[in-house]
Design a protein around this ligand. Structure first.
Ligand SMILES: [Zn+2]
Ligand SMILES: [Zn+2]
Length: 129
C-alpha cells in the first residue's frame, strides 16, 4: 500500500463513493462543495499518482481523461457526444475476438480499452434531457 496524503485520500474516497466517470474539473468542484477544496493542479497530480498505483482507472478521451473506481469488473464504454452520457458494457464475444486478433499478430495483450462514440438512445431520439 502506498501512503496517501490527506488530499489524495479525499480524491480517492470521492471516486470510490460512486460509479461516476469523473474528469479533474468535476472532481475539484465536488471536493470543494464537500468542504475539501483542493487546487486543480493538485487534483491532476493526485489522479496521476492514484492511477499509477492502480487505485483508480481512467478512460482516455480526445481532450481529457475520465477516472473511475478500480474495483469494478472489466468493462468498456459508450460515450454520447451530445450529452456526455457514459454507458458501460461488457461483451464476451468482443473480449474473445480481441484476443484472437492479437494472437494472429503474435501480440500479447496486457489490457485494452474500447470506447465507442455516438449518440445515446435519448439523444438519438432528439429528446431533451
Ligand atoms: Zn446523449
Ligand atoms: Zn466505467
Amino acid at each position: 500500500m502506498i501512503k496517501l496524503t490527506a488530499q489524495r485520500q479525499a480524491i480517492l474516497d470521492m471516486i470510490n463513493a460512486s460509479d461516476r466517470h469523473w474528469d479533474a474539473d468535476e472532481l475539484a468542484r465536488s471536493l470543494s462543495d464537500n468542504g475539501q477544496p483542493i487546487g486543480i493542479a493538485t487534483v491532476y497530480r493526485g489522479l496521476a499518482t492514484l492511477e499509477a498505483a492502480g487505485l483508480i482507472e481512467s478512460i482516455q478521451l480526445a481532450d481529457k481523461k475520465r477516472y473511475e473506481r478500480a474495483d469494478k469488473a472489466h468493462h468498456d464504454h459508450m460515450i454520447c457526444t451530445v450529452c456526455g452520457d457514459i454507458e458501460e458494457f461488457a461483451h464476451a464475444k468482443i473480449e474473445s475476438l480481441q484476443l484472437s486478433v492479437a494472437a494472429e499478430k503474435g501480440f500479447t495483450v496486457t489490457g485494452h480499452q474500447l470506447v465507442m462514440f455516438g449518440l445515446c438512445e435519448r439523444c438519438s431520439q432528439g429528446e431533451q434531457k
